[in-house]
Design a protein around this ligand. Structure first.
Ligand code: ACO
Length: 410
């Protein structure tokens, strides 16, 4: 069933509150005016699409304009897709499909962002629009009584309210982020939003705390943001350390910060939701099994401009391959592309040569940040190898030595 009475239009500044109310219904939560106050400066109405039935906003999808780090230390403009929802009364009538297709066509026509990315509420939703699961998100629920402590590290720790330490947090984050595929740029509005610490969002835990690490030369080279959910039971103290972020420029800062977080008195558990499959912490504790790691999907990536995106990133090995693509929504991406790289310098041109690999744009989005294996997609029957050896070569080239992750959900 389709909904002919529903029309799509670009959002305006006046839509902010009705959209927020609609998203409250869609995501089952009551909007807190204090949260809306810090979210409003993030929103550029021109990047929002609303679906309207008469006077009622019944659907919405938007994008933030931010850069995303991709392999090779490159900060690439990326449509950070967000706020997707359709009212329960209007579901399964094709409104999401219309929003997603329009949004992708708009991003492609604007020509600024070769990729789009999102965090999915449900994994079944986005493949049909060409988004591929670009990496795993590891959550830790660590038992601090048995995991063991990371070894001591040189340097000094300095704690304080996050707002006071903000210039140092910004400096470290900006130094680190381009080397971390999947990490996004943060302008001043993002920092204000991320550090806002609205009481209704604390889930009974303390205010957010910050600690910075100074190396032996006095340079600030890492920080952590965390809070504690206090708890006492019959056995005594049983609080949980809830870690929001650990950002470290080097191994000493990383070890010192995690040792600190693992050593807080009166705590027995630690949770952290943004680890990667290659998280160094797995190699720093005596009982990594007791970190309680569970894996789920992380960022989803969609190539909007295939040659632009493939040229923008670096590769782990030389490659010369013809890739034949399908793309049901953006036909300019479909067809055969010859991708040639020595690792750093890359060309990607249309070709009439025979294909070495055949897949959908979704599979290249999945592999784009270097975390999802093209060979595994081949074994799943989702990438077809037309020339023997082409899949192994492409898998090696697309893989990256730092697994992708995201610093926050947007
Ligand atoms: C980046 C983000 O913001 S992620 C957040 C996504 N939003 C939510 O999860 C909020 C709750 N859910 C919703 O608001 C809606 O159910 C939406 C937005 C997920 C789907 O909206 P709808 O307008 O019902 O989707 P629409 O009718 O266009 O469906 C498009 C296709 O996706 C499928 N689909 C839609 N939602 C889902 C779902 N939750 N799970 C599986 N498939 C789905 C439909 O079956 C349809 O398939 P088809 O193309 O093969 O026919």
């Amino acid at each position: 069933m389709t909904s002919p009475d529903v029309v799509l239009r670009t959002a305006t500044a006046d839509d902010f509150e009705p959209v927020a109310t609609m998203l409250g219904v869609v995501f089952h939560h009551t909007q807190d005016p204090a949260v809306l106050a810090v979210e409003r400066p993030l929103v550029d109405p021109a990047r929002g699409l609303v679906a309207v039935d008469g006077d009622t906003i019944v659907g919405h999808a938007a994008a933030f304009e931010r850069d995303m780090a991709v392999p090779g230390g490159v900060a690439l403009p990326c449509a950070h897709v967000t706020g997707v929802g359709v009212l329960p009364t209007h579901r399964r009538q094709g409104i999401l499909r219309r929003l997603m297709e329009q949004q992708l066509r708009d991003v492609a026509a604007a020509g600024r962002e070769p990729i789009a990315a999102l965090w999915a509420s449900e994994t079944a939703i986005y493949p049909r629009f060409g988004y591929g699961a670009a990496g795993a998100r590891i959550r830790f629920q660590a038992d601090l009584t048995s995991t063991g402590l990371p070894a001591p590290a040189p340097g000094r720790l300095r704690a304080g309210p996050p707002d006071t330490l903000r210039p140092e947090l910004v400096k470290v984050y900006d130094e680190v982020r381009v080397r971390r595929p999947g990490w996004s740029s943060r302008d001043e509005h993002w920092w204000t939003y991320l550090l806002s610490d609205v009481a209704s969002e604390r889930d009974g835990a303390t205010e957010r705390q910050a600690v910075v690490h100074e190396g032996t030369d006095g340079t600030v080279d890492g920080f952590a943001l965390w809070r504690v959910k206090n708890e006492w039971n019959r056995g005594g103290p049983a609080a949980e350390v809830r870690v929001d972020e650990v950002v470290a420029a080097g191994p000493e800062a990383y070890r010192a910060l995690w040792r600190f977080l693992f050593s807080l008195d009166l705590t027995r558990e630690l949770s952290y939701s943004f680890a990667t499959p290659d998280e160094p912490l797995l190699h720093l504790v005596a009982e990594p099994r007791r970190l309680g790691a569970t894996a789920g999907d992380g960022l989803w990536v969609r190539l909007v401009d295939v040659p632009g995106a493939l040229r923008a990133r670096a590769y782990s090995a030389p490659l010369d391959a013809v890739i034949k693509l399908t793309d049901a929504i953006l036909p300019a991406n479909a067809g055969r592309w010859r991708l040639t790289t020595d690792g750093a310098r890359t060309t990607c041109e249309r070709t009439t040569e025979d294909a070495d690999l055949v897949c959908d744009v979704l599979e290249l989005g999945a592999a784009y940040l270097g975390g999802t294996s093209l060979a595994a997609l081949g074994r799943a029957g989702r990438v077809h190898e037309a020339r023997p050896g082409a899949l192994a070569a492409a898998d090696t080239a697309f893989h990256w030595h730092q697994a992708p992750g995201g610093a926050e959900v947007f």
